[in-house]
Design a protein around this ligand. Structure first.
Ligand SMILES: CCCCCCCC/C=C\CCCCCCC/C=C/C(=O)SCCNC(=O)CCNC(=O)[C@H](O)C(C)(C)COP(=O)(O)OP(=O)(O)OC[C@H]1O[C@@H](n2cnc3c(N)ncnc32)[C@H](O)[C@@H]1OP(=O)(O)O
Ligand SMILES: Cc1cc2nc3c(=O)[nH]c(=O)nc-3n(C[C@H](O)[C@H](O)[C@H](O)COP(=O)(O)OP(=O)(O)OC[C@H]3O[C@@H](n4cnc5c(N)ncnc54)[C@H](O)[C@@H]3O)c2cc1C
Length: 672
């Protein structure tokens, strides 16, 4: 397999690691990609993206000023967007414009983020999901062809989570057949939308719809905010960038204020509800939350996005750990590779397993999402609540886990991991945002908890539940599970933990209402437990899905690949069992002896996986251009690259910085 042709000789330690690998790397790559043909397709697309010199930066992007960074990112986005439009979509098919493969190639162009990301990431999906056929015909081709560039402006300065509390108004005027968009307060400024500040000329806006003197709640509108020729903001629009932030530094997150800004009636996105010419409001949707569809879609895609980010961090940290040597174990012996330390393996091997767990779960979630869309096309919205509950908890837990694993990867690289040239800080700050955007962690787990409490009550009433909560039917009357030290036993114990926690929440709410509290207060008082219950449910889903999908997907694999994939999944089960020993002790008959045995097996498994660690991250097949890391390149020439990157610092442009003459010398001479 032709990958990552090294420019230099490979670091000898890394070369030795590759000889130790005892499975076929390409076979695992094919599994991750979803099949051999998909690997071939991905490589073809990567060649198109990466053989284009425009992705290269002469000066590292982090060394540029805010303006230069943005301008450079726009330059690269245009080249990249053009490649997507003219060459890559021909290979994936236009319907796959958001394929993870395209997403992956974007990383070769942007260490941080493209100002166009939200155009493809949210604006286009909103047009696809919220327009009537006529509206789709009007706007979608222009958006896909980049003739119009859009943002998704929902969040306001005063409200992000509570969508019903948004203040922007869209008031219908039947005489002119127009909506008037207005921002009535300072807190109603649209805030945060990616690409809105300087890049977009259109945006989708979430606003409270008023017609015939009545408010009908939040609806979506497409709004042209800038002149397409001059790019000047239109009269009635105040738009700008919100200022520097922790990450997302090469994009332009924006603010937007409307001053009685008029748009045609046809600009309301009318798939699920419409306003007739005379102002009559007509709702066609069978479910009240279909205007939130883009968020559900993005939550679903974020699970695969997290797998990708963990795989990048794990590749960097494991290759580095094979090269780095530190501390004598015994006098006069060579210092070991830090990858030989079990504590290092504990930090890192879970990252490989988690990347696989999230990848397989994301494929399964994607299929569930497609099935729900198909149901909805037939007018059946019954499966939506389960999808909402699933996508909410998987988004929350996958982003949160990804963040802590990526931080562990940085810790695993010691001081060098703190360097921007390692790329770990970029990956970390990018993923840090995902825990908040598209629904904050706690808020989304509480959405799942609502579903679980209802499901638990239905199980209690003897109703048969849907697949992801069917364990509540089986465990409704179980108190403590008899511990069974098998893989299936661990998965079952997580289902029992989830059932136990949900049951405890239901009991707390009931006890509180019985003692006179109203339901809202009883719910509020129980929210700490409810978040824990939803997390436990999510862990049960993740463990079960990873295990069963891994077994399915490796059915036809070679024995060595089957073995290593199996080892990773077992590691994942054991890691979480050991992380949650308190819960196991509470909800199962597990003993101290069982837990000691589990710990011993876990430590043995780390040692068994050790020879395959580099092979496993090579199987992610992340080209150097995508990794952007001085520590994680395929050739492992870590120290040479660190020195090379240091020389690129603008502070090294001259031997003496002018500040010496201006400030330091006068201070030294007492002349300041
Ligand atoms: C050219 C270069 C390009 C380069 C790259 C290209 C590739 C890019 C590809 C991919 C990358 C993608 C990147 C994405 C980047 C995203 C950036 C960030 C964007 C944003 O953040 S947008 C804003 C997101 N905002 C939120 O998520 C807000 C969170 N809040 C909510 O979702 C809701 O308000 C709520 C769920 C918390 C509560 O809503 P509400 O008050 O209205 O509802 P409730 O009363 O609580 O519930 C009532 C009822 O409804 C159910 N419900 C709620 N939501 C949904 C839903 N979405 N679907 C179905 N049902 C829902 C809820 O459970 C209740 O049910 P019950 O009554 O209990 O039955
Ligand atoms: C990098 C980035 C990009 C973004 N891009 C976009 C974009 O393109 N378009 C867009 O519209 N928005 C965007 N957002 C906004 C984002 O969607 C919101 O910030 C997010 O949904 C969280 O809402 P909030 O900021 O109002 O947080 P808040 O809701 O104010 O949360 C603050 C704290 O309060 C807690 N909290 C809030 N409500 C509850 C509750 N009911 N129960 C318990 N705890 C609660 C939360 O858990 C959190 O700890 C972006 C945000 C970021 C960081």
């Amino acid at each position: 397999m032709k990958i990552n042709k090294p420019k230099h000789d490979v670091n000898p330690d890394l070369a030795k690691e590759r000889l130790k690998c005892n499975f076929n790397i390409e076979e695992v790559t094919n599994i991750i990609d979803g099949g051999k043909d998909k690997t071939v397709q991905r490589k073809k697309i990567e060649d198109i993206a990466l053989n284009n010199g425009a992705s290269l930066d002469e000066v590292p992007e982090e060394c540029l000023s805010i303006k230069e960074r943005y301008e450079n990112a726009v330059r690269k986005s245009c080249v990249y967007g053009n490649l997507v439009r003219n060459e890559m979509l021909e290979i994936t098919g236009i319907e796959n414009f958001e394929s993870p493969v395209l997403r992956r190639t974007a990383d070769a162009f942007f260490k941080d983020i493209s100002p166009f990301m939200l155009h493809l990431g949210m604006f286009v999906p909103t047009l696809i999901g919220q327009c009537t056929p006529e509206q789709t015909a009007e706007w979608l081709p222009k958006a896909l062809d980049m003739q119009i560039i859009g943002a998704y402006a929902q969040t306001e300065l005063g409200h992000g989570t509570f969508i019903r509390g948004l203040e922007t108004t869209a008031t219908y005027n039947p005489e002119k057949e127009e909506f008037v968009l207005h921002s009535p307060t300072i807190t109603s400024y649209k805030w945060w939308a990616g690409g809105l500040g300087k890049t977009a000329n259109h945006c989708v806006v979430m606003a409270q719809l008023y017609t015939q003197g009545k408010c009908h709640g939040t609806h979506l509108f497409i709004v042209k905010i800038r002149d397409l020729d001059t790019h000047m903001p239109l009269p009635g629009i105040t738009v700008g960038e919100i200022g520097p932030r922790m990450g997302f530094s090469s994009a332009d997150n924006g603010f937007l204020r409307f001053d009685h800004f008029r748009i045609p009636r046809e600009n309301m996105l009318m798939k699920h509800a419409k306003v007739e010419k005379d102002g009559v409001y007509v709702k066609s949707a069978k479910h009240g939350k279909l205007t939130y569809g883009t968020m559900v879609f993005i939550r679903v895609t974020l699970v695969s996005e997290m797998s990708f980010n963990i795989s990048k961090a794990a590749t960097i940290a494991i290759r580095y750990s094979a090269v780095r040597r530190q501390t004598e174990l015994r006098p006069n012996e060579p210092e070991p590779q830090i990858l030989d330390y079990p504590t290092q393996q504990h930090k890192l091997f879970i990252c490989i397993a988690t990347a696989h767990a999230f990848q397989l779960t994301s494929c399964w979630l994607w299929n569930t999402f497609q099935a729900v869309l198909a149901d909805m096309k037939k007018g059946n919205v019954d499966t939506l609540p389960e999808l909402h509950a699933l996508s909410s908890c998987l988004k929350a837990v996958s982003t949160s886990d990804a963040l802590s694993h990526i931080e562990q990867c940085r810790f695993a690289c010691g001081g060098h991991g703190y360097m921007l040239s390692s790329n770990l800080p970029f990956i970390y700050s990018f993923v840090a945002a995902t825990r908040t955007y598209e629904g904050d962690y706690t808020v989304l787990l509480l959405q799942t908890a609502r579903f679980l409490v209802k499901a638990s009550e239905q199980a209690e009433a003897g109703k048969k539940l849907t697949q992801t909560v069917s364990y509540l039917n089986r465990t409704a009357n179980a108190d403590r599970l008899n511990w069974d030290n098998t893989h299936e036993g661990i998965i079952k114990s997580f289902q029992v933990i989830a059932a136990g926690k949900i049951g405890q929440c239901v009991k707390s709410i009931r006890d509180r209402t019985a003692s006179g509290m109203d339901y809202e207060d009883a719910w509020l008082m129980t929210t700490v437990q409810l978040v824990g219950a939803a997390e436990a449910h999510c862990r049960a889903v993740l463990l079960n899905t990873y295990w069963s999908e891994m077994r399915k997907i490796t059915e036809a694999s070679s024995a060595d690949v089957k073995k290593v994939m199996h080892q990773l999944a077992v590691l994942y089960l054991m890691y979480w069992a050991l992380e949650k020993t308190g819960d196991l002790l509470k909800y199962s008959s597990v003993s101290k002896k069982d837990l000691d045995e589990l710990q011993r097996r876990y430590e043995e498994l780390l040692a068994e996986l050790r020879p395959n660690a580099v092979g496993l991250v090579d199987a992610f097949d992340l080209r150097d251009e995508i990794l952007h890391s001085s520590l994680g390149s395929y050739d492992g020439r870590v120290y040479e690259r660190l020195i090379e990157e240091a020389h690129k610092s603008p502070l090294n442009d001259e031997p003496v910085n002018q500040s010496f003459h201006k400030y330091t010398k006068p201070l030294m001479l007492g002349k300041l």
